[in-house]
Ligand binder design. Structure first.
Ligand code: FES
Ligand code: FE2
Length: 449
């Protein structure tokens, strides 16, 4: 038993592309009740969600003082607001008067927050500004000038995190990824161009598990085989973090014809600003040709940060897992942020939250890659922040064929996990990220973290 596939065996050992030293997470098979039981869900609400750093949103949504967004997790709602001094603060979205939610929108920009119930006003830094008819309150009751309750908040690489119990280590210690890993993508220069939230019929961990491996792709998503290698490189990092490198712009070895450049590869060449008709090589040469073309395009357009990327990073997906509930598909042109948000009180449902971030480059040879699956007419300039498109159970979100397949798969796995006949997941080495994630989760549930 061994699995040590590397996308680039020549990667220097200290490079971000190198395969990490394996971590032995044992062979213990977890009890399947973690995928459906209310008791396990309650343990998570006690031991996991308040303790961990949670991805609340992106800095692109709070660029100017007074900009804010809200982030809901469980029964909590958090306001994240940009301050006059450029810092970012977070507050519980609850009025100290009688608990009304203060911000009722997903995003906004304000000079002060006003509670809609009785009109109390708060500064963007959370301080109480005014109490309506204050003379009718006993001074003793409001002498402490009740403001919004602050929540610990830190930003990293264009991402904003909150920690509800305030006891997590500093964010920099908690992020298990090497320095530069996320920073290289300059997510802070990207803008959300699409944001979709759909309700899926399974526990949030069934969602995480499904997106943490490409083992299922030939079976559930056979169409990906024309543009994707057979195997991914799986790497484990401290604190439950992990990544997989999915090699793209090449055909799976399962496909007999390794020569013909067909539609999928042609699309990928177009995305890189190439004219597929003028490409003279065969399918095996496409990956290198796309890398070279992107490199040249970046130099021509002055996109200097491409110098930080390996050739492989220009074509491949670096799907990066942020414990506990986020995976970011990292590409130089843009990133896909997937959040698996637990349903507040039903362990058999979760919200799949998908933010597509794109760095706009005003040049006719710089396209939105087709793999982003943006609907026609999407504004990619970042001039307007698209609203969150919400879809309920059974409503199709138009996220593309692959994700539609995943919606069905995840529901079937969620249902199957509740069967008396299921004894717990048997994870292969291609599923090492899943085991790594659950081992870290167990440390929280047991109160070790
Ligand atoms: S509940 Fe907010 S002002 Fe009364
Ligand atoms: Fe899938």
């Amino acid at each position: 038993m061994s699995y040590d596939f590397q996308v680039n065996p020549a990667a220097p050992p200290d490079s971000l592309e190198a395969r990490q030293t394996p971590i032995d997470n044992g062979l213990e098979i977890p009890d399947p009740s973690r995928y459906f039981s209310e008791e396990f869900m309650r343990k998570e609400w006690t031991h996991l969600w308040p303790r961990a750093w949670l991805l609340a949103g992106v800095t692109a949504d709070v660029r100017e003082p007074g900009d804010y967004f809200t982030f809901d997790v469980g029964h909590e709602s958090i306001i994240v607001a940009k301050q006059d001094d450029g810092s970012i603060k977070a507050f519980y979205n609850v009025c100290p008067h009688r608990a009304n939610r203060i911000a009722l929108n997903d995003f906004g920009s304000v000079s002060e927050f006003t509670c809609a119930f009785h009109g109390w006003k708060f500064r963007c830094n959370g301080q109480l500004k005014s109490i309506t008819d204050e003379q009718t309150f006993s001074p003793k009751l409001v002498a402490h000038r009740p403001g919004m309750s602050e929540v610990r908040c830190e930003a990293h690489a264009g991402l904003v995190f909150v920690n509800l119990d305030g006891k997590a280590p500093p964010l920099s210690e908690w992020i298990g990824l090497p320095k530069g890993y996320l920073e290289n993508y300059r997510i802070d220069e990207m803008n959300p161009v699409r944001h979709v939230r759909t309700l899926w019929n399974a526990n949030w961990k069934v969602g995480v598990d499904s997106f943490y491996e490409t083992y299922h792709l030939p079976h559930i998503h056979p169409q990906t085989q024309t543009v994707m290698g057979d195997y991914s490189q799986y790497d484990l990092y401290p604190n439950g973090f992990s990544r997989m490198i999915v090699p793209l712009c090449q055909k799976s070895h399962r496909i007999a014809d390794q020569d013909t450049v067909d539609a999928g590869l042609r699309f990928m060449m177009q995305d890189a600003g190439m004219d597929p008709d003028s490409y003279k090589g065969d399918a095996r040469g496409v990956r290198a040709a796309v890398q070279q073309s992107k490199r040249e395009r970046a130099r021509r357009l002055g996109l200097t940060h491409y110098e930080n990327f390996t050739d492989g990073q220009l074509t491949d997906s670096w799907a990066t897992g942020l414990f506990p509930n986020v995976q970011i598909g990292c590409h130089p042109e843009g990133v896909f942020i997937m959040r698996f948000l637990p349903h507040p009180d039903d362990p058999k449902k979760f919200y799949y939250d998908n933010i597509t971030m794109f760095r706009y480059v005003d040049d006719p040879d710089y396209f939105v890659p087709a793999w982003m699956g943006l609907p026609k007419g999407t504004d990619i300039t970042g001039a307007t922040r698209p609203p969150i498109e919400r879809f309920g159970e059974g409503e199709r979100a138009d996220l593309g064929e692959v994700l539609d397949q995943d919606v069905e798969l995840v529901a079937a796995v969620g249902a199957g996990s509740r069967s008396r006949g299921f004894r717990g997941p048997l994870w292969s080495e291609q599923e090492s990220r899943i085991r790594h994630f659950h081992r870290e989760l167990d440390r929280y549930i047991k109160g070790e973290k």
